[in-house]
Design a protein. Structure first.
Ligand code: NAP
Length: 310
């Protein structure tokens, strides 16, 4: 049955940022709940191997998520399932509503909903989702052992996940719409040394094709020569950037014109008691390390804010 629950702090999203805020705030003796529509860890669960998080030479995303969760909850922070549909500013309290019908009343809210993966929006993408179209190499890569794959994109995600897929697939072709990669140089160097990874530049995917069973290929367009082509593949992994998960906050007037949350460097939005951290905010760098840093600042600022109410 729907209930009204009271906490000092509601953290919306239990990725690396949200987990860190929950740890700091609960260590400061505040009552904290993290609300998430999925398992804790956020995008960590879609990341095979992390090599740029301080303290670890290499760590698997889901393993790091579990450790962070245990760290966050050891001081009493709770986790609850639910998709937040609305946040209302009531002055000294905030009202948070979920699709489960639950209502949370909190003194402070920390938005840590992160970003979602953009879609290509081409014919066949929705039709073959789960039948060869994927957005998560860690989740689905094992279905493509010994097969030929395409990856779309030219950023860190496309190259990193393309590299991961070479451990399973026969060959991975990365289709890059421009004439160069945007990924960090270290990843590009690693990719250049991998015989199973090939880059095809100036190439957009215009359609994903298949039969009743699964994906069989992609139709392509060369952005330089104007030529159209076709490439047989057994699966396609799409990594073409991200969008902010901010729909439930659209009414608050705290978003920029692209939908990211605007904050100051203490993670405060323009509404007292509403903070935002990590990938969801307007920020020059979206990394685990930056989300964790934001989360620590917000944990401290939330404590100061709530103390000032008393
Ligand atoms: P991203 O950096 O925004 O790159 C998106 C890529 O997709 C770009 O190459 C872009 O091409 C391409 N693209 C966009 N729309 C396309 C379309 N319709 N068709 C074909 N290609 C398209 O996104 P990301 O790689 O997902 O990374 C997101 C953030 O997470 C970044 O800040 C990244 O640094 C971070 N990240 C970091 C790591 C790491 O540190 N190891 C790993 C993963 C992600 P153009 O260049 O032509 O625009």
């Amino acid at each position: 049955m729907a209930e009204e629950k009271h906490y000092d702090v509601v953290v919306i999203g239990a990725g690396p940022g949200g987990l860190t805020t929950a740890m700091y705030a609960s260590r400061a003796n505040l009552s904290v709940v993290m609300l998430d529509r999925g398992i804790y860890g956020g995008n960590l669960n879609n990341t095979a191997t992390i090599e740029n998080y301080t303290g670890f030479k290499s760590v698997k995303g889901p393993d790091l998520a579990k450790d962070m969760y245990e760290g966050a909850t050891q001081f009493g922070a709770e986790y609850a399932y639910g998709t937040v549909t609305k946040v209302e500013d009531q002055g000294a309290t905030k009202k948070i509503t979920t699709d489960m019908g639950d209502t949370y009343i909190a003194k402070a809210v920390v938005i840590a909903t992160g970003s979602g993966q953009r879609h290509l929006d081409v014919p066949g993408e929705d039709e073959f989702a789960g039948r060869g179209v994927s957005y998560c190499a860690v989740c689905d890569g094992a279905f493509f052992k010994g097969l030929n794959l395409a990856v779309v994109g030219g950023g860190d995600s496309a190259v990193e996940e393309g590299l991961y897929l070479t451990q399973l697939a026969k060959k991975v072709t990365v289709l890059v719409r421009g004439d160069h990669l945007r990924a960090q140089p270290m990843l590009q160097d690693e990719a250049a040394q991998n015989d199973k990874l090939e880059f095809v530049y100036n190439t957009s995917v215009t359609e994903i094709t298949g039969d009743d069973v699964k994906v069989r290929g992609v139709k392509t367009h060369n952005n330089q020569t104007g030529e159209d082509g076709e490439m047989p593949v057994d699966g396609i992994f799409i990594y073409v950037g991200s969008y902010p998960m901010t729909a439930p906050f659209a009414n608050l007037g705290i978003l920029d014109d692209q939908g990211w949350v605007k904050t100051d460097n203490e993670m405060k939005t323009s509404i007292p008691g509403i903070f935002a951290i990590g990938d969801v905010r307007e920020t020059p760098l979206r990394q685990i390390a930056t989300a964790v840093g934001d989360g620590a600042i917000a944990g401290q600022q939330v404590y100061k804010y709530i103390s000032s109410l008393n």
